[in-house]
Design a binder for this molecule. Structure first.
Ligand code: GDP
Ligand code: MG
Length: 175
């Protein structure tokens, strides 16, 4: 098949959520295929790039993995400026992290551009026995706020590639 008509798309992606929710782990799982039980805390923001190939487009993701912003609950404009998509992550074993995820959703909806694609990600589903936030709860909140909902595990890789492919497909439609 010919690639002549392939679009080359660059998309900025910002990852938000409570400290410890698994933001860095999800990104490292996607970008490097690795997982660390003792993931070092990110200081400031980390930046990753990853290319993803769809049928009719090649997407180069610029991924901004945030940290430290958790404390302030407000996002410096540089993080969401020009972002195509935002991923808000919470940890299913922590109700606090779910509550804080909601704050991030509000923050992004207040500050970000109106056509920003937003995903709500319930991470650590491998820890089902410690679950504090029901699937329906996350799903319901996502539905009410126009977000796409996915449950993931950076540890087992469950739905991690799916998440980024889903984002890529959504971004492609807007370009
Ligand atoms: P961040 O602060 O949001 O970037 O969170 P990290 O990626 O640093 O992860 C915080 C802790 O949770 C680390 O000890 C990770 O190993 C662990 N972790 C992250 N994702 C998962 C997951 O899907 N399952 C489990 N069991 N642990 C996870
Ligand atoms: Mg981190």
């Amino acid at each position: 098949t010919s690639n002549r008509n392939n679009k080359n798309i660059q998309a900025k992606l910002v990852i938000l959520g409570d400290m410890g929710a698994g933001k860095t782990s999800l990104v490292l799982r996607f970008v490097k295929g690795q997982f660390f039980d003792y993931q070092e805390s990110t200081i400031g923001a980390a930046f990753f790039t990853q290319v993803l190939t769809l049928n009719e487009a090649t997407i180069k993701f610029d991924i901004w993995d945030t940290a430290g912003q958790e404390r302030y609950h407000s996002l410096a404009p540089m993080y969401y400026r020009g972002a195509a998509a935002a991923v808000v992550v919470y940890d299913i074993t922590s109700m606090d992290s779910f509550q804080r995820a909601k704050k991030w959703v509000q923050e992004v909806q207040r500050q970000g551009n109106a056509n920003l694609i937003m995903f709500l990600v319930a991470n650590k589903v491998d820890l089902e026995e410690k679950r504090k936030v029901g699937s329906e709860e996350g799903e319901q909140y996502a539905k009410e706020n126009g977000l796409t909902f996915l449950e993931t595990s950076a540890k087992t890789a469950h739905n991690v590639n799916e998440l980024f492919y889903e984002i890529a497909k959504r971004v492609e439609k807007t370009r």
